[in-house]
Design a protein around this ligand. Structure first.
Ligand code: KG4
Ligand code: ZN
Length: 332
């Protein structure tokens, strides 16, 4: 049997990334150019700034990925790219680069869903086995996904408003922590106590809602300030984080009870959170389910995860046409 080698490109948000992946999990190169420093002064990702950075960096990043893999174009079988969801201008930079390369080198084009990529990030270290439940938690997504086979996704729960990472970043801003705030809240939470009594919004079924929790934090701090009552940032972080963890674990636990599942996978940038990790370890131990968490550099946006998922699209003969467009909203 022949090796399948895929060049993958990811530009859905604020990382310009390219990678070469063989047979779905062998990563030959993985280049990520992060724009976080450029967005910091605005306190969040500015779409137009992101698009411009992608335009400036995309050629260099792709060339680096190919040269680090020590490959010529003859040895590359296909070009994969994130089709969506994401910022439309940012997505289009990657898609147009992928189309141009596919056309110039006469290779098939493979559109990949960004969340499929986040799930397949795990496949690189350890193969996925089914049936499996994935909790995708990032700056843009909060989803519970049931998988019964490769590229077979059923979204059983999702956020009705803010993504969990977005809530982290907004709460971080109210206590003057720099962007992205998630890691700072995580760090402070370890030094504080859950004393502020924030709500635990548990939806029916497996959906999530974090905007009420975010507003509750903002209102509470506003009220305390008005009354001249002092509070510690550490306690705000700990109280908010405990609420988030309670909600995430409760919904995940319900799904583990309802479905026959071998593995729980947690992925996306928020999967780096220490509090979330340790509580998920607990429920998996209780349920006798194997817990998988990709390494940190594969939890955050990268193109290796896109190349891993693309292998299964290639195997199924699912290719994109040359009129492929970016889709900011697209179902898994
Ligand atoms: O997956 P990612 O890099 O980008 C998106 O696709 O959104 O996730 C970024 C998000 C940010 O909101 C960031 O604050 C959050 O992940 N994050 C964390 C932690 N590390 C990153 N949130 C909570 N705890 C962390 N340790
Ligand atoms: Zn992402």
């Amino acid at each position: 049997d022949k090796n399948i080698t895929i060049l993958a490109i990811e530009t859905s948000c604020d990382e310009t990334a390219a990678s070469v992946v063989r047979n779905g999990y062998e990563v030959l190169s993985n280049v990520v150019n992060s724009q976080i420093e450029s967005h910091k002064r605005f306190g969040g990702v500015v779409p137009e700034v992101a698009s411009r950075h992608h335009v400036e960096n995309i050629t260099m990043v792709i060339e680096a990925a190919i040269s680090e893999a020590h490959l010529t174009w003859e040895e590359i079988d296909a070009v994969a790219v994130t089709e969506g969801p994401g910022l439309i201008g940012a997505l289009l930079v990657g898609i147009n680069a992928a189309k141009a390369l596919a056309l110039a080198h006469d290779k098939p084009l493979i559109p990949v869903h960004h969340i499929a990529g986040h799930v397949y990030a795990n496949h690189i270290e350890e193969r996925l086995t089914f049936p499996m439940l994935a909790l995708v938690i990032s700056g843009g997504h909060t989803e519970l996904v049931l998988m019964k086979g490769h590229m077979d996704f059923e979204v059983i729960g999702e956020t009705r408003d803010d993504a969990v990472g977005e809530a982290y970043d907004k709460v971080a801003r109210t206590i003057d922590l720099p962007y992205p705030g998630g890691p700072h809240v995580d760090r402070l939470a370890a030094e504080g106590e859950d004393v502020l009594d924030f709500p635990r919004p548990i939806m029916e079924g497996y959906d999530f809602s974090f905007s009420g929790l975010k507003s509750a934090v903002i209102n509470k701090l506003h009220n305390l300030k008005q009354k001249g009552i002092a509070y510690k940032k550490e306690d705000v972080a700990a109280s908010f984080q405990e609420s988030v963890i309670d909600v995430l674990t409760e919904q995940t636990f319900k799904a583990l009870e309802a479905y026959e599942i071998n593995q729980l996978l947690i992925c996306g940038g928020v999967a780096a959170n220490r509090g979330i990790r340790s509580r998920m370890e607990q429920i998996c131990e209780d349920k006798g389910v194997k817990l998988l968490i990709p390494p940190l550099n594969l939890c955050t946006d990268n193109a290796a995860m896109i190349g891993a998922a693309a292998y299964y699209e290639y195997s199924a003969g699912k290719f994109g046409a040359m009129n492929l467009n970016g889709r900011s909203n697209i179902n898994l």
